[in-house]
Write a protein that binds this ligand. Sequence first.
Ligand SMILES: C[S@@+](CC[C@H](N)C(=O)[O-])C[C@H]1O[C@@H](n2cnc3c(N)ncnc32)[C@H](O)[C@@H]1O
Length: 215
Amino acid sequence: MTRQLTLLAQIPMIPPPISDPELEALLQRLEEEGIAHDAAQSEHRRKRLNLETPTARLLQLLILAARRRRVLEIGTSNGFSALWIAAALRRLPGAKPLITIERDPKRAAEARENLSQAGLAPWTDIRIGEATGVVSGLEGPFDAVFFDADRVSAPEQLSLLLPKLEADALLLADNALSHPVEIASYIEAVSQLPGFLSMTIPIGKGLHVAHRFQA
Ligand SMILES: C[S@@+](CC[C@H](N)C(=O)[O-])C[C@H]1O[C@@H](n2cnc3c(N)ncnc32)[C@H](O)[C@@H]1O
C-alpha cells in the first residue's frame, strides 16, 4: 500500500476545476498552515486534521460529476474541506448550501471566518454540536454525506441518516486506510446496505466511497 500511495503522489494533479485565484490562494495558505500547525501540536484533539489536497480535490470532483445538491459534512474543523465542497455547490444549479457539523465552537468560528473570506459563507450552514445529536435533528434529504469526524460514531449517524437519504445517494468517508480499526464498523454497516456499491480509493488517508444508483 505504501508503494501505491507513493506512486499516486507522483501523478501530476489536474488543475482545480474552479478558476478562482483568490480561493486557490486561500486553500494553499490553509493547507500550508494546517500542516505546520498539526506538526507543532502534540495533542491530537487540537490538530486541524484537514484533508490532504488531492483527497479534497477528488471530493470536489465527485460532487460536481455526480451533481450533488444536498450535501452534509460531519467534521468541519476550520473549514478546509467545506471550502472545496461549498465551491462546488456554488456552481451547481439548484444546489443548497452545505450543512457541516463541528462540536468545537472555536474551530467552527475559524471555519466561518475562512468561508467568509472566500465569499462562501452563504453556501455553508455550520451547525455546532455533537454529530449524532445534530444529525438526529436534521430534516434532509441529502444526496451526499461526507463523514470526517471521529469515525467511531459514524455508524450511529449513518443509521439516523438512512431515512433522510435520496434514492441516488453518495456516501464518503476519509481515513479508511489510516484508521482501519476505528472505521471498520462504518464500512461494515455500509456493506450491509442494499443497493450500494462501494470501494476505498487509495488517496491521502484512504477515501471510502459508496453509491446507491437510481435508474
Ligand atoms: C478530521 S477533522 C475534520 C477535517 C475537515 N473535514 C477538513 O478536511 O478540513 C475532524 C473534526 O471533527 C470534529 N469532531 C470529531 N468528532 C466529532 C463529533 N462526534 N461530533 C462533532 N464533531 C466532531 C473535530 O472537532 C474535528 O474538528
